[in-house]
Ligand binder design. Structure first.
Ligand code: GLU
Length: 484
């Protein structure tokens, strides 16, 4: 058997550190076993789709050195590798299950389902579909479909007993079937749900090990049921522990506590080899307390017995420490090359120069006038207090800075331009009652560290979406510490 693993991200936002973490374990295991690692894009949820996301995910995984053997850009024997291009396949398989009596057409209207939900809620009953269409005779069901009545396809879940599956790290996991609804497999618009598409693809793409994050455990019984309904051999399941914030209750990693976008790490000068090593430590141990190791060493030494389930804490300070070790180990020439590549390249310097050109009395001032373009995080100790407007409290200002960070989150990277920033932030000023003068000064100090800088929106564009929003979030923390 050739081991085949996959990472199956949904292009719904920024390339996430969690995706890199799961990709790393999939990659390492496949390579160690002499197998293949695939990239599949799960883009069937049209409402959450974000345009630039797929490309950003691919760029970030490549930057991390986790390249795939088959994928949407490379092709391969089991393509296409983008689910939106496989719609006909899912329909065929959903219909096959209806034919076999394992699934059924459900003609309940959205209105009926809304009423049902309201009723269940009011009566304090368990929520879920009441299976009204489960027993429509096959002939009638077929006729109604042919006459054009809209329907979804649902899987028949067992009504009693329990789902059982084995997880490589957790052992036997069980869940009573009655807690699981008759899941929708195919929506009325012909798009598959995650469950159907995921199982059909893992089967057709010959995935032998499904290695994914813990949050999918509750979906696995549904998948197991699907494998059984199709009569297919399920893959082995391995659910990795979720990355946690370094807070008291170890909450799931979130952008409020840590930047989660891989682009942020790249743009603040974290080395891919250091981030990879750091992510490996989130669960894997080489033994002998060895914390620094290469990807090759991990591949050589990897085994699931060395992966533990404790809640791995994403500790940024530790990442910085590790990154420092890696930097010091590089040849000077190599450090020089990487610094230049990051922000000291001709292209970037030429883009920022026009904004300080007029303000220089000597060429030597260039460096001082442009530090905030060239650095990662800023030091707010000097002018940081200026981000607090006279008439506002620290708490109010922190909230406003967070709101601005959220607005930036909501802007697709492909639309992150000075014009877009200006229109969004002017609108924010109108909606919030903050004068543009106050608001823009607060933002300016947060993203440049200074009261005087080149024009605000241009600066934000040039600093880039990642560093800008990370600075806004850090500034929100800083402003809370100001005492007046
Ligand atoms: N599309 C899912 C995600 O976004 C895939 C989960 C899985 O690996 O099955 O993570």
């Amino acid at each position: 058997m050739t081991v085949r693993t996959r990472i199956a991200p949904s292009p719904t936002g920024d390339p996430h550190v969690g995706t890199a973490y799961v990709a790393l374990f999939n990659y390492v295991f496949a390579k160690q076993q002499g197998g293949q690692f695939l990239l599949r894009i799960e883009d069937t949820d049209q409402t959450r789709y974000r345009r630039g996301s797929e490309q950003a995910i691919m760029d970030s995984l490549r930057w991390l050195g986790l390249d795939w053997d088959e994928g949407p850009d490379k092709g391969g024997p089991h393509g296409p590798y983008r689910q939106s291009e496989r719609k006909d396949i899912y329909r065929k398989y959903a219909e096959e299950l209806v034919e076999k009596g394992e699934a059924y057409r459900c003609f309940c209207t959205p209105e009926r389902l809304a009423e049902l939900r309201a009723y269940q809620k009011a009566a304090g009953m368990p929520m879920g579909y009441d299976r009204r269409c489960r027993n429509i005779p096959p002939e009638e069901s077929k006729q109604r479909a042919e006459s054009g009545e809209p329907y979804v396809i649902r899987i028949k879940m067992p009504l009693e007993g329990e789902a059982v599956f084995h997880d490589r790290l957790r052992g036997k996991i069980t869940m009573p079937w009655k807690e699981l609804d008759d899941q929708i497999l195919l929506k009325s618009d012909g798009f598959p749900t995650y469950h159907l598409a995921n199982v059909v693809d893992d089967h057709l793409m010959k995935i032998t090990h499904v290695i994914r994050a813990e949050e999918w455990i509750s979906s696995t019984p549904k998948h197991v049921r699907l494998y059984e309904a199709f009569g297919w051999e399920p893959p082995e399941f391995i659910h990795l522990p979720l990355l946690r914030n370094p807070d008291k209750n170890k909450s799931k990693i979130s952008k409020r506590k840590n930047p989660v976008s891989l682009i942020y790490y790249k743009e603040t000068g974290i080395l891919p080899e250091a981030l990879r090593n750091f992510l490996a430590l989130m669960g894997f141990s080489m033994g002998d307390d060895q914390e620094k190791f290469t990807l090759e060493e991990m591949i050589e030494n990897f085994s699931w017995d060395k992966v533990s389930l404790g809640s791995p804490v994403f500790d940024f300070q530790k990442l910085l420490w590790l990154n420092g070790l890696y930097i010091r180990e590089l040849e000077t020439e190599e450090v020089f090359r990487r610094i230049k590549e990051l922000w000291l390249n001709d292209e970037y310097l030429l883009r920022i120069l026009p904004y300080v050109h007029e303000r220089m009395k000597t060429l030597g001032e260039f460096a001082d006038l442009t530090t905030f373009f060239l650095s990662g995080e800023l030091d707010y100790r000097y002018e940081g207090e200026a981000m607090l407007p006279k008439k506002r409290t620290p708490a109010e200002t922190a909230k406003m800075l967070t709101t601005v960070a959220e607005i930036i989150d909501s802007i697709d990277p492909t639309e992150y331009t000075r014009e877009k920033l200006e229109s969004e932030l002017r609108k924010l000023s109108e909606d919030s009652g903050w004068k543009t003068r106050e608001l823009f000064m607060t933002i300016r100090v947060a993203v440049t560290g200074r009261k005087a800088s080149p024009p605000l929106f241009e600066s934000m564009e040039l600093i880039g979406r990642e560093r800008t929003r990370a600075r806004l979030r850090r500034a929100a923390e800083f402003v809370k510490t100001i005492r007046r």
